[in-house]
Design a protein around this ligand. Sequence first.
Ligand SMILES: Nc1ncnc2c1ncn2[C@@H]1O[C@H](COP(=O)(O)OP(=O)(O)OP(=O)(O)O)[C@@H](O)[C@H]1O
Length: 198
Amino acid sequence: MLDVNVQGKTFGKQQILGPCQLTLQAGQRVCLLGPSGIGKSTLLRIIAGLDKSYDGQVNRPDTIAFMFQGPNLLEWRNCYQNLMIFHPKSTQADAHNALELVGLGDKGQHFPRQLSLGQQRRLALARTFLSHADLVLLDEPFTSLDPALKADMLELTRNLLDQSGATLVHVTHDETEAEILNAEAIRMHGKPATLQSP
Ligand SMILES: Nc1ncnc2c1ncn2[C@@H]1O[C@H](COP(=O)(O)OP(=O)(O)OP(=O)(O)O)[C@@H](O)[C@H]1O
């Protein structure tokens, strides 16, 4: 279960977040929407535990996977190594299975520069799901992709979520992504921004 109770968050003298409440049961999925600059990524970083300087409290599952906007791959490591370096307990067989799930089963020895943009995104997605995390946090990872590739990635993400049963918080500007991911759309409002749990 994820229980977010943020009372406030400031950067310097600027208050970005006001009261933000979000309670999700295991396996529940939400898409976090709101205008640019309202504080979606800030709240997501707080949920992840990456930002600890806020008023309030977050109770989160033990295992969390976070996917950033860019694929953030290590160019000098092959696909297996790109997965295993972030999951030291995983074996090459685990990494191979994760690659199979995203359609990169034959690319384990390839380096990121030998992959297409879409394949690089698939590798980043495999890394996100390899940890079998209870909570998956996605910070607009598909925003800059062309429509066909974005549709592929969303479908793949939904399948991986269906298999893993993970709870999801997905930051996006595009409400249609919620439908594809079988997630509930929730909106941040106001200045400072507030959020009410679905
Ligand atoms: N490290 C930081 N230091 C100072 N201000 C910051 C910092 N990070 C974010 N901000 C400010 O906080 C506000 C919210 O930013 P945030 O990135 O959370 O918004 P967002 O809703 O995710 O925007 P977008 O949809 O454009 O990605 C913005 O005004 C931003 O400039």
